[in-house]
Design a protein around this ligand. Structure first.
Ligand SMILES: [Zn+2]
Length: 289
């Protein structure tokens, strides 16, 4: 079992376990999002929400994720996060199974610590009863324990966590997304946009959320090893990627994918390179069973 870290790409694990466990995780991963209301209606409910718990409740009730805990985050930031996840679900419903948790980093780490101890309340909250009884589930407990060792605050900004499907997550650091840090974080994102560090229309919280979701899709669809993505990455070269997408996109193939996805989802008029990457993403997504 080995955690893999690539800049802000977050973590993913590979491990060996009885096939029965992987079969159960596969069923879990294949859960699809079924919209119960229109996206506009959902956005309206989020705009009208007056507390973090109400935002979490809307996300859970509309089946955007298994667990949504915005505790410790700024309310405006929480609304941005859930709106992005909602838009994502309406565009890519087959990814629903990988959105086990959306919310604050600290609350996620707290839950994973309890999951490592096989806490029944948290097992139920994540809908893991069936999986947790399976032979080999101890491996999942080890991953949960590993994540539970994190501080839960500071130095993360935002991350996509891929845990083979049992507790995959999109997490946000209270240090940046909490009431004390959010205003400064917004100023930083605006500055990064002006200096070309991040893509067009991605100088705000929305851009970061889609960037992390881009990492998640990368892991799910193995995009960093996709020949079409690699050919595109090599054909453009560093200078053109910086000019046509962003400077941060030159760091690695995975950041290139995340930045392109962020522009594609955030900008009213995404540029050609973002469109080209998005086309490859859509093709890879269409092959997900
Ligand atoms: Zn990244």
């Amino acid at each position: 079992m080995a955690p893999k870290d690539d800049k802000d790409k977050g973590f993913s694990w590979t491990f060996t376990a009885p096939q029965a466990l992987f079969d159960k995780l596969d069923v879990r991963k294949r859960r699809t999002f079924f919209p119960l209301i229109t996206e506009n209606n959902l956005v309206g409910k989020l705009n009208a929400a007056s507390s973090l718990s109400e935002i979490g409740w809307i996300a859970k009730e509309r089946n955007l994720c298994d667990v949504c805990d915005m505790g410790g985050l700024d309310i405006a930031a929480a609304k941005v996060i859930v709106k992005c996840v909602a838009h994502m679900m309406y565009c890519y419903p087959k990814l629903r199974g990988r959105f086990c948790y959306v919310g604050s980093y600290s609350r996620y780490v707290e839950r994973l610590r309890r999951l490592a101890e096989s806490d029944e309340e948290v097992i139920r909250e994540f809908g893991l009863q069936y999986v947790w009884q399976s032979e080999g589930a101890g491996f999942l407990g080890m991953i949960a324990r590993d994540i539970g060792k994190s501080t839960g605050k500071g130095g993360t900004l935002a991350s996509a966590i891929c845990t083979a499907g049992f507790a995959d997550a999109l997490i946000f650091d209270e240090s940046d997304y909490g009431p004390a840090g959010y205003r400064d974080a917004c100023k930083n994102w605006e500055y990064n946009l002006k200096t070309g560090y991040h893509p067009r229309n991605c100088g705000h919280a929305t851009g970061v959320v889609y960037h992390e979701i881009g990492h998640m899709i990368d892991t799910i669809c193995s995009l960093s090893a996709n020949p079409a993505i690699l050919a595109l990455w090599r054909s453009r070269g560093e200078d053109r990627i910086a000019a046509e997408l962003s400077r941060y996109a030159t760091v690695s193939v995975s950041e290139f994918i995340a930045e392109a996805f962020s522009e594609y989802m955030s900008a009213p008029y995404p540029r050609l390179l973002a469109h080209e990457v998005a086309k490859i993403i859509k093709e890879a997504y269409s092959k997900i069973k």
